[in-house]
Design a protein around this ligand. Structure first.
Ligand code: FES
Length: 132
């Protein structure tokens, strides 16, 4: 293999370092675009009964309320995607029988993962539930 002359090697090394650091600098200085969240459902906070739930069947979202406050869970079963059914004590899947507690944690399979908790915001008495 041919040896590069010292000045050419130094030039290539310097150029490589400049390009790498320039790329990092551009990435660091470029403002990150905020993640756009889509509002799935929106409801008056007063419409969610304490200890109860407000269901949005077409959006497959349950807006729940307990002692700690409001939370929202996806009604899409984590096994194969059926729409789960919310009852007073649990959430069940009609397709293969998975059961979840009211916070979406798996009680019995075949689903292996909890139902997805959705982000929400309460602004001036209105709850907005987001898709991510
Ligand atoms: S899709 Fe819900 S248990 Fe299979």
């Amino acid at each position: 293999m041919e040896k590069l002359p010292q000045s050419r090697r130094k030039f290539i090394t310097t150029l490589t370092l400049l390009l790498a650091s320039g790329g990092l600098l551009v990435r660091y200085l470029t403002p990150r675009t905020p993640v756009k969240r889509r509002v799935l459902v929106c409801a008056a906070a007063a419409a969610v009964p304490p200890g109860g739930a407000l269901l949005f069947r077409s959006e497959r979202v349950a807006l729940m309320r307990d002692d700690t406050g409001f939370y929202a869970i996806s009604l899409i079963c984590t096994h194969l995607g059926c729409t789960v059914v919310v009852t007073e004590d649990a959430i069940t899947c009609p397709c293969h029988g998975s059961r979840f507690d009211r916070h979406g944690k798996v009680l019995t399979g075949p689903a292996g993962k909890s139902l997805v908790k959705l982000k929400l915001a309460v602004i001036n008495g209105v709850i907005e539930v987001f898709d991510s």
